[in-house]
Design a protein around this ligand. Sequence first.
Ligand SMILES: Nc1ncnc2c1ncn2[C@@H]1O[C@H](COP(=O)(O)OP(=O)(O)OP(=O)(O)O)[C@@H](O)[C@H]1O
Ligand SMILES: [Mg+2]
Length: 360
Amino acid sequence: MSNLTKQAVLEALKAVSATSGSSNVVDSGYVSTVIVDGDQVGVVLDFGDSRPSDMPALRSAIEVAVMAVEGVSAVNVVMSALKAAKPSDAAAPKMPTGAGSKAAPKPTELPGVKHIIAVASGKGGVGKSTTSINLALALKAQGLKVGLLDADIFGPSVPMLVGSDEKPEAINKILQPIMAHGLKVMSVGFLLDIDQPVIWRGPRVMGATQQLLKDVAWGPLDVLIVDMPPGTGDVQLTMVQQAKLSGAIIVSTPQDLALIDARKGLAMFQQVKVPIMGIIENMSTFVCPHCGENSDIFGHGGAKEVAEKLQVTFLGAVPLHMSVRASADEGKPIVEADPENPISDIYKDIAEKLRQQLGL
Ligand SMILES: Nc1ncnc2c1ncn2[C@@H]1O[C@H](COP(=O)(O)OP(=O)(O)OP(=O)(O)O)[C@@H](O)[C@H]1O
Ligand SMILES: [Mg+2]
């Protein structure tokens, strides 16, 4: 196990100078979040209004500096400019401004879509995307018409998960979803050049989210699964204010920290009266790929306890297993690649519970 700490990463970042002025990227306020997950590091930069002139160079400098920290095997740098769009009074309620000066509209249904379900978490990297795709496939296996909306505009992962880089067609300005594994799928990843860093500013975040919902030919669908970005930012807010969600699923790892974050995720939906369909514990037990023995590396069962305390349904626990990751990396999620696998059965079991809750 590595002892990589956030502090070590921050120290390394302090050696990277911000291109404007002499201060480093930390003291200049560019670094908004550092996430350390095992040996993987995520760095979120928020430039606000002071966009540096050479962002690709800054990104590379940060990647090099973080990779040099002992114990780091991968680093993911995400660039944003969200601060600029936020009201200066941090205590003021966050309301999306929408595409123009119009007031935030009431959540609406999407034509021909019976149910929209958000898959969310407070913290990043807990397996939302993996859960979303496998649940979508499990629901499809029960004979339902299912779509998957990748609402993670900052780090779209659905194109990789479904193994497609097709370009969606637009008919009369309405995007036609990509068909992958029998699902209707849409992601900004299909629309953008992944290698080009995109700067999403507040209003554009809302615009892009709205477009993914409303300018895509989703219907007819029984269920549209929405793979949310981590946290409780503008995308989440736009989503709950624009679309009438049938419910939300919270994904959490058993670690306490993640559970605290999961509560934040829960609270956001509860505030806007979106029913919580339940909590899924992901990466709960470690199944040794060699001997098949289970071991609880994170302390299994945390999510179940929290679910009971918060009186929300515990939907199930998905173990940490290489087959989940390997099949995802190949663009063939486990429910599709290996439907007889016991882990696929867990997803199907959860899908069945969802179907019953929705009355489908
Ligand atoms: N049960 C599991 N067993 C093994 N690996 C898993 C499992 N669930 C997810 N993973 C792996 O963990 C990584 C993170 O998962 P995923 O991308 O689904 O998380 P996420 O919550 O969507 O992340 P983000 O917050 O960045 O959107 C991926 O490499 C995925 O393959
Ligand atoms: Mg994701």
